[in-house]
Ligand binder design. Structure first.
Ligand SMILES: Cc1cc2nc3c(=O)[nH]c(=O)nc-3n(C[C@H](O)[C@H](O)[C@H](O)COP(=O)(O)O)c2cc1C
Length: 151
C-alpha cells in the first residue's frame, strides 16, 4: 500500500514521529510519501492511485493546528473536497498540561470525517508531557492495525 504522511509540526517533534512511521511502513513492505508542508493539490493529485493518509498533527497555540499544516487544513475547509476514497489514520500530538489537549487532532479528525473520509484505526493521542517513547508508542499503534488492511 502507499501512504501519504501529512505532517503538522511547529517545533519538529512530529517530524521525528512521522519519520519513524515512514521507516516502519517501509520495513513492512509499504511505501509512503512524506509531506512536511502538505498542500491539498499535491496530496489530492494522487487520490485515484492511493487513498491512504497518515495524519500526524501537533496542537499549538490555544488548541490550534501546528504551523506546517495550517494551510492544508484551511484548504480543506474552503474547498471541501469529497474525501470518500480516503482512508485515514491519525496521530494527535499534544501535552496534557494544556486544557486543549490534542485539539488539533480532534478537529482534523472531525473535519475529514465531515468530508466523507473513513478512519482505518482509532486515533492515537501522544502526550508529550509524560510519554517517554513517542516513536515507539506510535510504531506499536501502527503495527496493531496495519496487518488488518488488505490491498
Ligand atoms: C506555544 C505552545 C502551545 C501549545 N499548545 C498546546 C495545546 O493547546 N494543546 C496541546 O495538547 N499541546 C500543546 N502544546 C504542546 C505541543 O503539542 C507539543 O510540544 C508537541 O510536541 C509539539 O510538536 P511539534 O514539535 O511537532 O510542533 C503547545 C506547545 C507550545 C510550545
Amino acid at each position: 500500500m502507499h501512504f501519504h504522511i501529512l505532517v503538522g509540526t511547529t517545533s519538529g517533534n512530529t517530524e521525528y514521529l512521522a519519520d519513524a512511521l515512514n521507516q516502519r511502513l517501509t520495513e513492512l513492505g509499504h511505501t509512503a510519501t512524506l509531506h512536511d508542508q502538505p498542500t491539498l493539490a499535491e496530496v489530492m493529485a494522487h487520490r485515484e492511485e492511493t487513498g491512504y493518509w497518515l495524519l500526524c498533527v501537533a496542537t499549538h497555540g490555544a488548541g490550534e493546528y501546528a504551523e506546517s499544516i495550517i494551510d492544508f487544513m484551511e484548504a480543506l475547509v474552503s474547498e471541501k473536497p469529497n474525501l470518500q476514497k480516503i482512508k485515514a489514520a491519525i496521530v494527535a500530538i499534544g501535552d496534557s498540561s494544556y486544557d486543549t489537549f490534542c485539539k488539533a487532532g480532534d478537529d482534523g479528525e472531525a473535519l475529514i470525517l465531515e468530508l466523507n473520509a473513513s478512519l482505518i484505526a482509532p486515533t492515537l493521542q501522544i502526550d508529550m508531557f509524560n510519554e517517554l517513547d513517542p516513536e515507539g508508542t506510535a510504531i506499536l499503534w501502527l503495527d496493531q492495525w496495519i496487518s488488518k488492511l488488505s490491498e
